[in-house]
Design a protein. Structure first.
Length: 533
C-alpha cells in the first residue's frame, strides 16, 4: 500500500516523485514499462532519441529550475547530453530506489472511494493517489484515417519504426507525411540517400532556432513584451502591425515561403516547427515540399497542386495517441481534466506532462505541474469545487478553440506557455510580487521584467533559501546572454516608435486643436471687449 503511485518514469513522473519527497511524502512508487528511465530521452528505450538528436528548445527551457545546466553547455544540447543530465538529477536527489523499471501496467481499478488497485505483469499494488505520467510518445501510433492510403501498393511505415528500417531506406522514392519536428528531422536524415518528398496537409509555421550562434530565438521574449503584446496591443494587432513584416516573414511566409504550406492561422496562435534546417535542404533541391494528398493509385500519389509522383515507401510522421493510449484506465478519468492536470471526476488521480506549449518546453511546464500536484497531494493547496472546475474547464476549452483554431483538435494539450505557467504559479504561490520586488531589489526586478522570460522566476518565492539563491544565479546568467542586448534594443526601439506614433497621430492633433480653440476663444473675448469700448 502506497500513498502515491506514479505510472511513467519519464522526466514528468520523476518531477512529481522529487516534489512529493520534498513535501515529506516518501511512500511513493514509480512504475515504467521501459528498461531505463526518461522514456524517449534514452536511446536504449523504444521509442528513443537518435544519435543525431538535438533539442528544439534552448538550454534555458531545458534547464531544471533547482538543478541547472551549466552556462558552458551548448545553446541547444544534444540528446545524449540531456540523458546524462536527467540521470545526474535522478542520482543527485537519491530517487533511483523509488523506481520499478521494466514493469508494465495492465489494469487500474478503483474498487472503493479511497483506494486504487494497480495490476502489472509482475505484481499487484494499492495506493491512495495515482499519477499518470506516460507521456505523449507511446505505443499507440496515429495513422491518417483517409481510405486513400489503402490503395497504395508500396511499403508503409510509421516513424516509430524508423530505427528498425533506417538501413533499408536507401535509394528509395520516399514520401514523408507530417508537419512536425520529427518529420523534419527524419527528412534531414534521409535526404542524401533517397529521393525525398514531404507532404504537409494543413499548413505550418517554421521558427528558426537561433538568431545568432549564441542567441536562441525562443529567448527573444520577455515578461514586459508578454504584457505589452497581450494587454496593450493584443495578439492580432501585434501579428498584423508589428510581426507580419518585421519578424514573422523574414524567412518567407510562414517562416518558409512555400505556398502549399501556407499557415491558416497567425503566428501567435499556432504551433511552430523549430527544426528549420529542412528549409535549407528544400532550397538545395534535396527535398520536394508538397501539400495535401488528394488521390493514390498503386504507387502513384496525386497532390493538391495536381502533380503526380511515384513512391516506393510512405513514412507516416503523424505522432502518437497520447491520452487514449492508457488502455488500463477508464476514459471517465481522462476526458475532463481541470487545467490539463486534475481529473474532475476523481480528486485522487493526476496527469502530468500531457501539454504542448508552442514555445519553451514540455519539461519546463511539467516541473511546474508536478509542484502543483505534490502540493495538492500534501494538502498544502486546495482545488476548487467540482462545479467550479467544470465551469472553468468549459471556459478554458472555449478560449483554447479561439486562441488556437488550427491546432486545438489535433493537439489537445496546446497552451500559451507564458499564461499557463503564470496560472500555475498563482495557484501554488510561486508568483513573486513585482511591485515589492521593485521596492526591495530593483536590479533583480529589472532582470525579471526585461530579460528573457524564464521559469526561474517561479522559485523566487520558495521557502528553501538555497533554491532562491539558485534562481537568482540563473537569472543573472541569463542577463549575461548575448540575446539580452538584442531583445532590449529591438523592443525598446519598438516602444519608442509606438510612443512617437501616439504623439504624432493622437496627442499632437489634440494639442493643436486645443491651441486653436483657445486662440479662438481668446480672440472672441478680446473682440467683445473692443466692441464695448
Amino acid at each position: 500500500m502506497y500513498n502515491t503511485i506514479i505510472i511513467g518514469a519519464g522526466i514528468s513522473g520523476i518531477f512529481v516523485l522529487k516534489h512529493l519527497i520534498e513535501n515529506n511524502i516518501r511512500n511513493v512508487l514509480v512504475i515504467d514499462k521501459n528498461k531505463f528511465p526518461f522514456g524517449v530521452w534514452d536511446k536504449r528505450n523504444h521509442p528513443g532519441i537518435f544519435e543525431e538528436t538535438y533539442c528544439v528548445s534552448s538550454r534555458l527551457y531545458m534547464t531544471i529550475s533547482d538543478f541547472p545546466l551549466t552556462n558552458t553547455d551548448a545553446e541547444f544540447p544534444n540528446g545524449e547530453h540531456i540523458t546524462k543530465y536527467y540521470n545526474d538529477y535522478l542520482k543527485n536527489f537519491n530517487l533511483v530506489k523509488y523506481l520499478h523499471m521494466n514493469e508494465d501496467v495492465l489494469k487500474v481499478n478503483k474498487i472503493n472511494k479511497n483506494i486504487w488497485y494497480i495490476k502489472t505483469n509482475k505484481n499487484f499494488y494499492k495506493c491512495k493517489n495515482l499519477v499518470i505520467a506516460t507521456g505523449t510518445t507511446n505505443r499507440c501510433l496515429n495513422f491518417p484515417k483517409d481510405n486513400i492510403f489503402k490503395k497504395f501498393s508500396g511499403k508503409m511505415y510509421h516513424c516509430d519504426e524508423f530505427k528498425k528500417i533506417r538501413n533499408k531506406l536507401k535509394n528509395k522514392k520516399i514520401l514523408i507525411i507530417g508537419g512536425s519536428d520529427y518529420a523534419s528531422d527524419i527528412s534531414e536524415l534521409l535526404k542524401n540517400s533517397n529521393e525525398l518528398t514531404l507532404s504537409v496537409r494543413n499548413g505550418v509555421w517554421f521558427q528558426n532556432r537561433t538568431l545568432g550562434a549564441y542567441e536562441a530565438a525562443d529567448m527573444f521574449y520577455s515578461r514586459y513584451v508578454d504584457f505589452f503584446v497581450k494587454n496593450i496591443l493584443g495578439k492580432k494587432y501585434f501579428h498584423d502591425n508589428v510581426g507580419e513584416d518585421d519578424v514573422f516573414n523574414m524567412w518567407g511566409k510562414g517562416g518558409h515561403g512555400i505556398d502549399d504550406w501556407k499557415p491558416k492561422c497567425d503566428y501567435l496562435n499556432s504551433y511552430y516547427v523549430k527544426s528549420r534546417e529542412i528549409i535549407n535542404s528544400i532550397s538545395k533541391g534535396l527535398i520536394d515540399p508538397k501539400g495535401k494528398i488528394i488521390n493514390i493509385k498503386n504507387n502513384r500519389v496525386k497532390f493538391i497542386d495536381n502533380d503526380i509522383k511515384e513512391f516506393d515507401v510512405i513514412l507516416f510522421c503523424t505522432g502518437y495517441d497520447a491520452l487514449n493510449c492508457n488502455k488500463f484506465l477508464d476514459d471517465k478519468y481522462i476526458k475532463n481534466r481541470y487545467k490539463h492536470i486534475f481529473s474532475i471526476n476523481d480528486n485522487n488521480i493526476f496527469f502530468v506532462g500531457f501539454i504542448r506549449p508552442y514555445l519553451t518546453s514540455i519539461p519546463m511546464i511539467s516541473e511546474l505541474q508536478s509542484r502543483w500536484i505534490s502540493d495538492v497531494i500534501a494538502k498544502k493547496v486546495k482545488l476548487p469545487s467540482k462545479t467550479t472546475m467544470i465551469s472553468i474547464d468549459k471556459k478554458d476549452k472555449e478560449n483554447q478553440k479561439k486562441e488556437f483554431p488550427c491546432s486545438y483538435k489535433r493537439i489537445g494539450g496546446i497552451v500559451d506557455p507564458y499564461d499557463y505557467c503564470n496560472m500555475i504559479g498563482k495557484n501554488i504561490g510561486a508568483n513573486k510580487n513585482l511591485f515589492l520586488l521593485f521596492l526591495t531589489d530593483i536590479n533583480l526586478w529589472y532582470k525579471v521584467l526585461f530579460d528573457s522570460w524564464n521559469h526561474h522566476y517561479f522559485r523566487l518565492n520558495d521557502k528553501d533559501k538555497k533554491k532562491i539563491l539558485i534562481a537568482k544565479k540563473n537569472i543573472n546568467m541569463i542577463h549575461k546572454n548575448k540575446i539580452e542586448d538584442k531583445l532590449k534594443k529591438k523592443y525598446i526601439k519598438g516602444i519608442v516608435y509606438k510612443i512617437e506614433r501616439v504623439l504624432i497621430y493622437i496627442i499632437l492633433p489634440i494639442f493643436l486643436i486645443t491651441i486653436i480653440m483657445l486662440v479662438y476663444v481668446l480672440l472672441k473675448y478680446l473682440f467683445k471687449i473692443k466692441l464695448k469700448i
